[in-house]
Design a protein around this ligand. Structure first.
Ligand code: A3P
Length: 305
């Protein structure tokens, strides 16, 4: 009952396995059988790892750096959320959202489709990586937990009521949607040399966004002129995206999906904000969790900038 918004319950694939909504449990196969197209680009992440930022970036590169249209059209319309229609049973989802996110509407969308998903690779259509370009973004888990905690308080379909400490424990125990975290990231990390996969870190976007824009453009076989680059970097700045997102948050409040007074979707956009949130004891437990899960892997996170 720390998650009163999740009153339909959750499902877990197997002990220690993937956790998501009951609606997804009923219809997971529809996603598995969804047909990717050659000219799709999929943005895949564990939630709160920089998904929105990367969707904006990928959308611009795939659409001739059209910052005007990007400003006028909400991101959820330009770039649908693959399993967004599975967050609750259909009768509880606002129709406006279903119109953008149902699998039927996605199947009819014109190319190029920029599709967002938080599902781990093994639950996505099996031919995905061999069909189209995929951009995977990872963020250090300490910041992901803090960002996710605020997200779970913000959205009514979670309505999280507990403390950050409890949330961190739930996250480490793999008890929140899209968990467990490490298998998600490590599965993508293993695929990072696949020619269709571009593996990015939130922290490198913070450090040198221009270089990341160039890498994304190269991955999508596009070129970006200096004039376009300047506009793209301006559009992708935290300040600009947060302005647009504030309008979206206001609309989401009107639609009744967001809790009043729980903040906005864009919070701080920092690398290392976790330092302001964890007690030394909790931080030690998270360190141990990271160490155990990264043993034997060459994946390394930048924890602060
Ligand atoms: P914080 O909650 O730490 O502020 P997602 O889109 O995957 O849900 O990730 C959301 C996180 O990305 C939020 O983190 C948000 O502030 C951050 N973010 C989004 N756009 C950003 C930008 N342009 N620069 C820095 N951080 C950004």
């Amino acid at each position: 009952d720390l998650f009163p918004g999740q009153d339909e319950g959750m499902v877990r694939g197997e002990p220690g396995g993937f956790v998501f909504t009951r609606e997804y449990g009923r219809r997971a196969n529809e996603i598995y059988q969804f047909q990717p197209r050659e000219d799709d680009v999929w943005v895949c992440t564990f939630s709160k790892s920089g998904t929105t930022w990367t969707q904006e970036l990928v959308w611009l590169i795939a659409n001739g750096c059209d910052t005007e249209t990007a400003k006028k059209t909400p991101l959820h319309v330009r770039s649908p959320y693959l399993e967004g229609d599975f967050l609750q049973s259909p009768e509880r989802m606002p129709q406006e959202i279903r119109d953008c996110w149902s699998l039927e509407s996605m199947a009819k969308r014109p190319s190029p489709r920029i599709i967002k998903s938080h599902l781990p690779f093994y639950l996505l259509p099996p031919k995905l990586l061999d069909t189209c370009k995929v951009v995977y973004v990872a963020r250090n888990p300490k910041d992901v937990i803090v960002s996710n905690y605020h997200h779970f308080k913000l959205f009514k379909f979670h309505d999280y009521k507990g403390t950050l400490e409890q949330f961190a424990e739930y996250s480490m125990d793999g008890l929140i949607y899209y968990s467990p975290y490490f298998p998600h990231v490590l599965e993508a990390w293993k695929q990072r040399h696949h020619p269709n996969v571009l593996f990015l870190f939130f922290e490198e976007m913070k450090q040198n966004l221009r270089a990341v824009v160039e890498r994304v453009a190269a991955h999508l076989n596009q070129t970006v002129t200096e004039e376009q680059m300047v506009r793209v970097l301006d559009h992708l700045s935290f300040k600009r995206l947060a302005e647009g997102e504030a309008t979206e948050t206001a609309k989401a409040k009107e639609m009744g999906v967001i809790n009043e007074g729980a903040g906005t979707f864009f919070r701080k956009g920092k690398a290392g904000d976790w330092k302001n949130h964890y007690s030394p004891e909790l931080n030690e437990r998270i360190d141990k969790w990271m160490e155990d899960n990264l043993a034997g892997s060459d994946l390394k996170f930048v924890m602060e900038l």
